[in-house]
Design a binder for this molecule. Sequence first.
Ligand code: 1PZ
Length: 215
Amino acid sequence: SAASQDQKFCLQEVLDTFKLCLSEKKEVYLQHYVDGWRGLVKLLNSLGNVFGFISKDAVSKIQILVNHLSGENGSQYVTVQSMVKYEMDNGLVDLTKRGSHPESGCRTLLRLHRALRWLDLFLERLRTSTEDDKTSVMCAEAYNQSLARHHPWVVRTAAGVAFCVLPGRPAFFEVMNVGPPENVVAILGEALPLISEVYQVTEELYAQNNLLDIP
Ligand code: 1PZ
C-alpha cells in the first residue's frame, strides 16, 4: 500500500535528500538534513526492535529540530549556519554545562552530526566489503572510531549488544531496497561523498564557533 511504501526504507531516497542538503554557498539546509535523518530512521526501524532505543533517541532529536523549524523563529533555522548565528547571538546555547537550553538546535544537531560520522565510516566499510565480511564488525569498528568516545559505558554496552544482532551483509543489502548488491555499492559510492561533504561543512562551522563539545 502507499502507506507501507511510505514507511519503507530506500537508499536512493536518502541519497536524494542529502543531495539537496548543501546550497551553492555550501550552507546546510536544516529541512533536508532532517529529512535525510528521517530516511535513516526508516532503515533502522526495518532492522528490528532491538534498535528501538537508538531509533527513539534519533526521532526525539529530529522532532526537536522540526519544532525549531516550525516555531515562531523558524526563519532563523533555514540553514545550520543561520541557526548557529541566531542561537549564539541570542545566548540560546549552553556551552559549558547543561543549563536552561537543553533543547538548543546547536546541541541537538551536534548529536546527529556525530552520528553522521559513524554512518559515513560504516557505509564506506559496507561499500568496500566482501561477502565474508560481517556487518556487526564493520558497525562496531565504525562506532569505536567515532560515536563511542561521546557515549557513557551503559550506552556503549547497549550499542554493542545491538550490533551483534545486525542482519548479515546479504540481508542488509536487501533492506537497502535498490536491487542487486552491485546497485547498492554504486549508490553508496554516489551517496558517501555527499554525506561526507555535509559532515565536513558542519564540522568546520562547529569548530569555528567552538561548539564541538556542547554538553
Ligand atoms: C545499522 C545499525 C545501527 C547502529 C547505530 C549506531 C549508533 C549507535 C548509537 C547508540 C545511541 C543510543 C541511544 C542514545 C544515545 C544518546 O545518549 C546520545 C547522546 O544524546 P544526549 O543523551 O546527549 O541527548 N545520542 C546520540 O548519540 C545520537 C544517536 C543517533 C543514532 C542514530 C543512528 C541512525 C542509524 C541509521 C541507520 C543506518
